[in-house]
Structure formats: structure tokens, C-alpha cells
Design a protein around this ligand. Structure first.
Ligand SMILES: [Zn+2]
Length: 372
């Protein structure tokens, strides 16, 4: 991903920092100066911030290791000034797996806090909490450790706020999912998340707590997109390709002029075409992008066969729209043949068809929800 700096791979998972992370140096300086800290104290505060992010990384590894137990890979761990995220390749749909993956992160913070508390109690006098909130105390090792304990307790509590994308949102969703199913659970969890997010924003604005306001906005936006993506997954997996297969389509011959599909396209007809050879076998496709390019560059004297892609796949009629969607999003397919058990083509599904279907489906579900 652009804007991320790879700082190493541990346990097979790359750890990256987002460029905005650099702003933290300014933040440390700003906080140091406004709190009247001297050079040594600012350095200690900087160290403290580093330890904070180290704990965040360990927290993310908690999620990643638990996910690995369930066979889910972690693409990478990204750190930004507002926190870290372990980007899992998928979220298991079984509620208890999601629950344990979500809990594994905060659990790491509990382990750190408990371990450091034991260390503190055994080597220093006094309790496990700093004697005051003053950042000047960070220069004393005993107080530094106490601040780290508080930090881990805060990370634990904060991450369990029941709002997406916080771990607490996932915990809430998975617990609800056991009772009411995943999509309903997501809807309820998103709604609770949004209400909390508004609370954060309002509270942050009133108390001029900018960070809380930003986090509130972030949660609000993410809660909505989480809900949408689950709804979409559900619709895609529950729709058979036969429901939207298009039996009326034009097959272009490799020897046809490229103008033929161009004209159909320009007249507002089909947007993606199959290309067959002389025997009628499909040998390639002409996607919409190729046509747009040909029209832009005014290419007319070519044959369809010279302007096609040989990327073409068949899907059996029992497939779901999710299979189609995966081929389109991961392999860039634009048109797919659907075949019956005898291997005969019963029609095609192209990008246009999928997006029209989703549009209608989601507008309908909105219409259903609005008050009559
Ligand atoms: Zn987490």
C-alpha cells in the first residue's frame, strides 16, 4: 500500500507504519513544550510513546496469532497515529472465532499490565499506579513502568468500547450473531456504534478533546461501511447465478471488425463481449475498458481478435453471485460464461449486470426500511 513504510516482518507478518506516523514526533515536541518539560523529560516522553506503539503492535499480533489458529492469514499490521490495525485476509463468519480473534488483542494488554504490575510490586515500593499524572515523572524508571501499566489498562478498556472498528464492536457483533444471525447482529452493532460515535463527537467537541472527536468521526464512518459490506456479502452469497444470468448476448467473431462491438456499445447496448473462433469456441473477451480505449483512439481498422483479452472463464450454474464477484474483483474478469451440467452455455454475467443487480437490490432494501 502507498504511504506505508515497512519496518520489518515478524512471525511472517509485515509491520508497516503510515507516513502520518511522523506527525507523532511533532506531537511529542508540542506536548513536551506545552507541559514545560526539559530535554531529558521530552526524551522520556518520546520513549513512552514508542513503548505505547510497541504495545499496540503486540496487541495486533494477539489478533493475528489467534486468527492464524483459525487458518486466517494476516496481510500486514499497519500503525498510524490513531492506532494499529491487523489486516486479516478475511473475518471468519463463525461467531465464536470472531469473538476469540477480537478478544485476543485486548488480552495481550491485560497480560502486559499484569506482568508489569508483578514486576513493579516486587522491585519498587508503592503501588502499581503513578503517583501523579505529571509527565515529568516519566524520567524515573519506576514511574515509567507505572505509566505503561496505566497505558495498557487504557488500551484494554478503550478497545473494548462496543463500536466498530474497535474490538468491542466485533465482540458485540459476534455475541449478538450467536442469537440473531450475523447480518442482523451487524446492523444492531453498527447502530450502537454510531450512537456511541455521536456521543464521542459531542463529548469531544464540548470538552475540546480533538482526538476523541476524530475517533468518533472515524467510528461513525466505519460502522456504516462494515454494515454495508456484510449486507453485500449476504446478498452475493444468497443469489444464484441463474437468477441474473443474461441469455441474450452477442458473440463477436475473431474476424469481425472491432467496429461491430464498438457500435453496439455506442448505441447503449452491451458493454462486454465474448469472442469466438471459427468453430464457435470462445477464445477471449472484449471488456468495456478495451472498447472505451478503442473509441478514444479512434481504432477502426482492427479485427476483434486483435483487440481481445484471452481471460475467459466458465462457471457452473450452481455457482453464487459471490463466485462471480470474486472472479471480477480479484482477477479483473469483466464477463463470465455460465454453463449447465452438460457444459452448454446458458448465458453470461458481466460487470454491468452485477452492478445493476446490486443497485436494484440495495435501493429496494432501503425502500423497505423507510416508513410508509
Ligand atoms: Zn484490537
Amino acid at each position: 500500500m502507498k504511504g506505508n513504510l515497512n519496518i520489518g516482518t515478524y512471525l511472517g507478518i509485515p509491520v508497516k507504519i503510515h507516513w502520518t506516523f511522523g506527525l507523532l514526533i511533532l506531537f511529542v515536541g508540542y506536548v513536551g513544550v506545552t507541559n514545560g518539560l526539559n530535554g531529558k523529560e521530552i526524551l522520556a516522553f518520546g520513549m513512552y510513546m514508542l513503548v505505547l506503539f510497541f504495545c499496540v503492535v503486540l496487541h495486533e499480533y494477539g489478533h493475528a496469532i489467534m486468527a492464524r489458529k483459525y487458518g486466517v492469514k494476516t496481510r500486514d499490521i499497519i500503525l498510524s497515529p490513531i492506532g494499529g490495525v491487523a489486516r486479516l485476509e478475511s473475518i471468519p463468519e463463525e461467531p465464536y472465532k470472531e469473538l476469540f480473534i477480537a478478544l485476543a488483542g485486548p488480552l495481550v494488554n491485560v497480560i502486559i499490565a499484569v506482568t508489569l504490575s508483578i514486576v513493579t510490586l516486587s522491585i519498587y515500593n508503592g503501588g502499581i499506579f503513578p503517583s501523579s499524572e505529571s509527565l515529568e515523572l516519566l524520567k524515573y524508571p519506576s514511574e515509567f513502568i507505572r505509566f505503561v501499566i496505566v497505558m495498557n489498562i487504557a488500551l484494554f478498556v478503550f478497545n473494548l468500547v462496543p463500536a466498530f472498528p474497535m474490538d468491542g464492536g466485533r465482540v458485540l457483533r459476534s455475541l449478538l450473531a450467536i442469537k440473531i444471525g450475523r447480518s442482523k447482529a451487524t446492523r444492531v452493532a453498527s447502530m450502537i456504534g454510531r450512537i456511541l460515535a455521536i456521543g464521542f463527537i459531542v463529548f469531544g467537541l464540548i470538552n475540546s478533546h480533538i482526538l476523541l472527536t476524530i475517533i468518533g468521526v472515524f467510528i461513525y464512518v466505519t460502522a456504516g461501511s462494515e454494515n454495508k459490506s456484510v449486507m453485500m456479502t449476504e446478498v452475493l452469497s444468497n443469489t444464484k447465478v441463474t437468477e441474473i444470468v443474461n441469455p441474450n448476448y452477442t458473440i463477436i467473431n475473431v474476424d469481425d471488425p472491432i467496429e461491430l462491438p464498438m457500435n453496439i456499445y455506442l448505441r447503449g447496448g452491451e458493454k462486454n463481449f465474448l469472442v469466438a473462433d471459427h468453430t464457435g469456441a470462445i477464445v477471449g473477451v472484449i471488456p468495456e475498458l478495451f472498447l472505451i480505449d478503442a473509441i478514444k483512439n479512434n481504432v477502426k481498422n482492427l479485427l476483434a481478435g486483435q483487440r481481445m483479452s484471452d481471460k475467459h472463464v466458465f462457471l457452473p450454474e450452481e455457482s453464487t453471485l459471490m463466485d462471480v464477484y470474486k472472479l471480477m474483483s480479484s482477477q479483473g474478469m469483466s464477463i463470465i460464461s455460465i454453463v449447465n451440467q452438460d457444459g452448454d452455455r446458458i448465458g453470461i454475467i458481466d460487470r454491468e449486470g452485477v452492478s445493476r443487480f446490486l443497485e436494484i437490490r440495495f435501493n429496494n432494501s432501503k425502500a423497505k426500511k423507510s416508513p410508509v
